[in-house]
Write a protein that binds this ligand. Structure first.
Ligand SMILES: O=c1ccn([C@@H]2O[C@H](COP(=O)(O)O)[C@@H](O)[C@H]2O)c(=O)[nH]1
Ligand SMILES: [Mg+2]
Length: 194
């Protein structure tokens, strides 16, 4: 049996900070692990890895990141679930691609359960949990991380999902909010969709 979808019509979508508010959940876990943890206001984050204020304790950060259940309780980003369904409804092959937190004992299961609960059971097997996103084939990857590298030359074009800490990045085309998906995603995929 041949492949059902062409790479050219495959849209890859990141999870943390793109469809689910990871940092909100992390802040809750950090304060629970260490009530004195110096949280960084999200608007003041200067980079992807800026997860602690002055004098933060790396052990507290690890305890927060590895808190069981952290990934199960994240709030969906406004419009994200609707757009995932809308893109799929337009015939695009939509896959969610997300990096796990290795030290968090429930991260992988939580991510699948989150997809089941918020997007629908048919999306569980559309969810790829991978450290190396470059091995996943697609036309576009919508991701908030400014630089995504791995073992391969990616097949996809990176569309940067705007978050406060990546607003200084100029080298990557961006999508500001989910309602802009048609103007930003469609021109990067098969011309017949644009
Ligand atoms: O601002 C952030 C957001 C996430 N992380 C860590 O990365 C993974 C998820 O990575 P994706 O690139 O969104 O797939 C998350 O589990 C955290 O461990 C981060 O360090 N900073
Ligand atoms: Mg992300």
């Amino acid at each position: 049996m041949g492949a059902q979808h062409a790479r050219d019509t495959t849209v890859l979508v990141d999870m943390d900070e793109v469809i689910a508010y990871y940092l909100e959940g992390l802040d809750r876990a950090l304060v629970a692990a260490d009530p004195d943890y110096p949280l960084v206001p999200h608007e003041e984050r200067t980079g992807y890895a800026h997860l602690g204020g002055p004098g933060f304790n790396p052990e507290s950060l690890a305890a927060g990141m590895n808190t069981p259940g952290l990934f199960r309780n994240l709030r969906p980003v406004e419009g994200a679930v609707e757009v995932l369904r809308e893109m799929a409804g337009e015939g695009l092959n939509v896959l969610v691609v997300t990096t796990p937190t290795y030290g968090n004992p429930t991260c992988v299961q939580d991510k699948y359960e989150w997809m089941d609960r918020h997007v629908g059971p048919e999306w569980v097997n559309r969810t790829i949990i991978a450290y190396d996103k470059t091995v996943v084939s697609g036309a576009v990857l919508i991701d908030d991380k400014p630089s995504i590298t791995g073992s391969m030359e990616p097949s996809w074009k990176h569309l940067l999902f705007t978050r406060p800490y990546n607003r200084y990045v100029e080298s990557v085309p961006r999508i500001e909010k989910w309602e802009d998906w048609k103007q930003t995603v469609l021109p990067l995929i098969e011309p017949s969709y644009a």
